[in-house]
Write a protein that binds this ligand. Structure first.
Ligand SMILES: Nc1ncnc2c1ncn2[C@@H]1O[C@H](COP(=O)(O)OP(=O)(O)OP(=O)(O)O)[C@@H](O)[C@H]1O
Ligand SMILES: [Mg+2]
Length: 427
């Protein structure tokens, strides 16, 4: 039908084929009679990836990994597939974007042997699944879902209908064969996996791989996980030889830090359940622009404006004619409000040209009237700071609970004013 008799829109009809019912329908079972065994898992042999998955891939599950172009999705999955293959479990890597030779070249650069690792340069779903059935792998990687098409759908690869159909087919295939499938999904300009949210609902696990353009660190973040927590974060570093696990991320984000530097504060932030110490740097300089600039790299620009406004209005810092640049060092994004205090101290230190103590770690949200607000997981943050040799901490008074281990000299501060005068006097 060309025109919808209901709303008058042209060419709005899409053909939908009614699914015939195959076999008898399912039977309802009483929950108590079901066995509640742990799902068997296939560890991928890459600690940070396994950690985000909740201890490896659940057999028969489908995982979607999204990320910006060039962030390292193919690299990560080639390494994971090779690691599985190296344990004597064949793995199949279906590449719709690169030829088998290109994949081989990457494998050589990464130094993976390739025994038991099968490469298939194919974009047709049915053909790929036929190959998968021939190889009988323990793991299938599909790179990427946007390049794969099914012959049962007339749309172009990458279209919503095609992406959705192929994902559903892969889900069905994974469940039937008990073989886990990892799908790569490209992220659109809007930051969503192309072929939008639809795909995320279908699959079991959604992970995002993040990284700043000029930084070599990559974060793997769980967005959805039917078999584990989404609070876990994996930290990897992109090197010539591929992605390397970062076992001590805090030490890494602090490396290269000038001790007692002016305009530098360290925040103990939480990435999921993991405390991470990150240096926040600030530079204030007289502005020649009609409207002074506030630039935040790796910090929340909204929080930066709040912190600057509080410093000006509540504490009398004349920042109205100053450009302010604030950066989270190491290419990490620190968007947690707990980083407010570190931003404020770094700005105050830069403006006054006075250093902060090199062994000071801070964590607090700054409220609009200059009060320091509660941050969760204080013990975990302090423990990580202590492990890295920090001896002083400023925390919000409201976060202090009785009986908290205090191996670090802790200043419970109620206001930003208190925190700044203490910190600048201590150095
Ligand atoms: N010869 C090389 N030496 C070091 N690093 C390299 C080299 N070639 C590529 N890289 C790194 O690998 C990244 C590309 O990785 P990869 O192809 O896995 O990304 P991707 O997420 O799959 O990208 P796409 O979205 O294009 O498929 C590059 O951005 C670069 O950081
Ligand atoms: Mg790729």
């Amino acid at each position: 039908m060309g025109r919808c008799p209901e709303c008058g829109a042209w060419n709005s009809f899409t053909e939908v084929v009614a699914m015939p019912r195959v076999g008898p329908g399912a039977v309802a079972v009483e929950m108590a009679s079901l066995e509640g065994e742990e799902e068997p898992r296939l560890p991928l042999g890459m600690g940070e990836l396994d950690r985000v998955l909740g201890g490896g891939l659940v057999v028969g599950s489908v995982v979607l990994i999204g990320g910006d172009p060039g962030v390292g999705k193919s690299t990560l999955l080639l390494q994971a597939a090779a690691s599985v293959a190296a344990r004597g479990l064949p793995a199949l890597y279906v590449s719709g974007e690169e030829s088998a030779r290109q994949v081989k070249m990457r494998a050589q650069r990464l130094g993976v042997a390739g025994r038991g690792l099968f490469i298939l340069a194919e974009t047709q779903l049915e053909a790929a699944l036929a190959q998968a059935e021939a190889v009988r792998p323990s793991l299938v990687v599909v790179d990427s879902i946007q390049t794969i098409y099914s012959q049962e759908v007339p749309q172009a690869p990458g279209s919503v209908i095609q992406v959705r159909h192929c994902t559903l087919e892969l889900m069905r295939w994974a469940k039937v064969h008990g073989i886990p499938v990892i799908i790569v999904g490209h992220v659109t300009k809007e930051g969503e996996i192309a072929g939008p949210k639809l795909v995320e609902h279908v699959v079991d696990v959604v992970l995002y791989m993040e990284g700043e353009r000029y930084s070599s660190y990559r974060l793997l973040r769980g967005v959805k996980n039917r078999f584990g927590s989404v609070a876990e974060v994996g930290v990897l570093e992109m090197r010539d030889e591929g992605l390397v696990e970062v076992e001590n991320p805090s030490a890494l984000f602090l490396s290269g830090r000038a001790p007692d530097g002016v305009g530098s504060a360290v925040v103990a932030t939480m990435e999921g359940t993991r405390p991470l110490l990150v240096e926040i740097q600030a530079l204030t300089s007289p502005s020649f622009a009609p409207v002074p600039r506030r630039t935040g790299n790796g910090v929340d620009p909204g929080r930066l404006i709040v912190v600057t406004a509080v410093l000006s209005r509540r504490l009398g810092f004349p920042l109205g004619k100053q450009d302010i640049i604030v950066s989270a060092v190491g290419g990490l994004k620190v968007t947690e409000p707990a980083a407010d205090l570190a931003m404020a101290l770094a700005i105050a230190s830069s403006y006054r040209d006075r250093p902060l103590p090199g062994d000071l770690v801070v964590m607090a949200e700054v409220g609009l009237s200059g009060e320091l607000r509660y941050v969760p997981h204080l013990e975990r943050r302090l423990a990580e700071a202590q492990r890295l040799g920090f001896t002083k901490a400023i925390v919000p008074k409201s976060s202090i609970r009785r009986g908290m281990p205090q191996a670090i000299e802790v200043l419970p501060a109620a206001t930003l004013r208190e925190a700044i005068s203490w910190a600048l006097a201590k150095a």
